[in-house]
Design a protein around this ligand. Sequence first.
Ligand SMILES: [Zn+2]
Ligand SMILES: [Zn+2]
Length: 137
Amino acid sequence: MKEILKERGYKATPARLAILEIFIKSKAPLAAENVYKELKRSKKNKDINEATVYRTLSLFEEGKVLTKIDFRKGSVFFELNKKHHHHITCFKCDTVEEFESTAIEKVLGGIVRNSSKFINIKEHSLELFGLCKNCVA
Ligand SMILES: [Zn+2]
Ligand SMILES: [Zn+2]
């Protein structure tokens, strides 16, 4: 973990390490509130305040340690910046599934070729929403 921070030129403060650890352990994307709650639960890190959480999340996003995800909710979600992928989210229970699709990437790459105003696309986000098998039953 310290290596991840060092690579990006960040000092490994206790708050940064604690927040990074939460993301490494988490199976799902997290909003600032989730991170804060998680910190409160641990004896060691319960003094880290909300402002520090927000500051650290945006610092990590700038440094590409974390990626932002827009699940169209009140808050912004983050996850560790790993191989490019997309998500399917359940409307009802918030179950998240990741997927990769070379077909989608190809189609998106082709869109810019037909654009009259753009010469390249630097990034994109694509999130799908639906009902999971548990919630349909
Ligand atoms: Zn569901
Ligand atoms: Zn993509």
